[in-house]
Design a protein around this ligand. Structure first.
Ligand SMILES: C[S@@+](CC[C@H](N)C(=O)[O-])C[C@H]1O[C@@H](n2cnc3c(N)ncnc32)[C@H](O)[C@@H]1O
Length: 233
């Protein structure tokens, strides 16, 4: 997809997530073959949040990372932020009385002071932002020295045969299944298209280092279709 401007992409992403928010969780479970919650569990483990620590879930969407933090870390203080309020409304409903603070905000200009959090996690957002280095720089800014910045994203598998199967699934089947269930086929054409915009896992390491994160590493999961990056401030 070609964007006439950064503002055009931002507005499109915002509208698109607002439209698909009612079916977002169901489609995540279906399209990931039930793996997406495991990926978020590993992301939360990598945040190494201390008991009672402060965690920022950047682009929290329907809040699955935020709620996973509460499950794993006793007494955690969790803040979820996103610019699509419809997604966070679903998060609030799902959370019931769970103590997450939901904040409207842009990942490229986080509405928090420097050194506020023990860790920040972003899951499946980098394909959607118009400035990836800035998104990481913002997360680094709001995390305290020694705290971690964790990023979960889809990536292209490297095994040649599996890559062909993945392409078939991701580029052909996903738009059909996603379109049928959500009623918004363009959103599930955007999903595979957005991968073209995403740098490789190695390039993401370089971007994270370029904004001052240290000890940056990543691992691939689920036959190399998802990458989990971690850096330290
Ligand atoms: C694929 S969803 C991921 C949601 C959630 N992190 C998860 O694990 O399911 C991407 C989310 O990023 C949000 N988003 C995209 N760009 C953003 C930005 N610049 N600032 C804040 N939120 C953004 C969208 O509104 C959407 O909720």
């Amino acid at each position: 997809m070609n964007w006439p401007s950064a503002a055009g992409k931002r507005a499109y992403v915002n509208r698109m997530f607002a439209a698909i928010s009612p079916n977002y969780d169901l489609l995540n479970r279906l399209l990931s073959g039930g793996r997406d919650m495991a990926w978020r569990r590993y992301a939360v483990q990598e945040a190494a949040l201390p008991r009672g620590g402060w965690l920022l879930d950047v682009a929290t969407g329907t809040g699955d990372v935020a709620l996973e933090v509460l499950r794993q870390v006793p007494g955690a203080h969790v803040v979820g932020t996103d610019f699509t309020l419809e997604m966070m409304r679903s998060a609030q409903t799902k959370a019931g009385g769970c103590p997450v603070s939901w904040n409207g905000g842009d990942a490229l200009c986080l509405p928090f002071p420097d050194n506020t959090f023990d860790a920040a996690i972003s899951a499946f957002i980098m394909r959607n932002v118009v400035d990836i280095p800035r998104a990481f720089a913002e997360q680094r800014r709001v995390v305290r020295p020694g705290g971690r910045v964790v990023c979960l994203e889809i990536c292209r598998p490297t095994l040649p045969v599996f890559r062909t199967l993945f392409n078939l699934y991701f580029y052909r089947l996903t738009p059909i299944i996603g379109g049928l269930i959500s009623g918004h086929p363009e959103a599930y054409i955007y999903l595979p298209d957005s991968l073209a915009y995403l740098p490789s896992p190695e390039e993401l390491v370089a971007i994270m280092e370029s904004v001052g994160l240290r000890q940056v590493r990543y691992r691939r999961m689920t036959l190399g279709t998802v990458a989990l990056h971690v850096g330290v401030k």
